[in-house]
Design a protein around this ligand. Structure first.
Ligand code: AMP
Length: 170
């Protein structure tokens, strides 16, 4: 199946100059969504994965299905002030502005191996921030798993030393 047929390009969203990769068409076609989740699961085959850390909001969609399929815990990485218990927090830059993310302090166990899941790798700022939170909790980043990598934005340069697993590259 050509999964690129289920990614919609939306120019100038949310700001002029940004070409937004919209994954909602993939969510409307169950076979495409299943294939994307299955491909992510295949990429993790043979790795030790103790938990998935899911980036709000679209990382929740793919990551929850992946956690269900793999039978492993998931930890939500949320925007500022959404989580009710004690958190670790980090400030980071997006392709389109600054933001704060938080995770519960007890979200991942020290020494555990965590895979961070999101829909798109753009500049890498979000995933780099997620890695900092994993490490602040005393856990290790096993890999970063994303559906789409925007290679022209060179997000990998910010993420040196981490294994980056992607299913579609633009
Ligand atoms: P970055 O931190 O620049 O790698 O941006 C990644 C985060 O922003 C992800 O959570 C994406 O969902 C979102 N994002 C950034 N750029 C785009 C884009 N061009 N299309 C879709 N989502 C994007």
């Amino acid at each position: 199946m050509d999964l690129t047929a289920y990614i919609r390009d939306v120019p100038d969203f949310p700001k002029p100059g940004i070409l937004f990769k919209d994954i909602t068409p993939m969510l409307q076609e169950p076979a495409a969504f299943r294939e994307a989740v299955d491909l992510l699961a295949d990429l993790l085959d043979g790795r030790q994965v103790d938990a998935l850390m899911l980036v709000e909001a679209r990382g929740f969609i793919f990551g929850a299905a992946l956690a269900y399929r793999l039978g492993i815990p998931l930890v939500p990485l949320r925007k500022e002030d959404r989580l009710p218990a004690a958190t670790h927090r980090v400030t980071y830059s997006l392709e389109y502005g600054d933001d704060v993310m938080e995770m519960h302090k007890d979200g991942v166990a020290p020494g555990s191996r965590v895979v961070v899941v999101d829909d798109v790798l753009a500049t890498g700022g979000t995933l780099a921030a997620a890695c900092r939170l994993v490490e602040e909790a005393g856990a290790e980043v096993e890999a970063l798993a994303v559906v789409i990598e925007l290679t022209e934005l060179s997000g990998r340069d910010l993420l040196k030393g981490y294994d980056i697993l992607t299913i579609l590259e633009y």
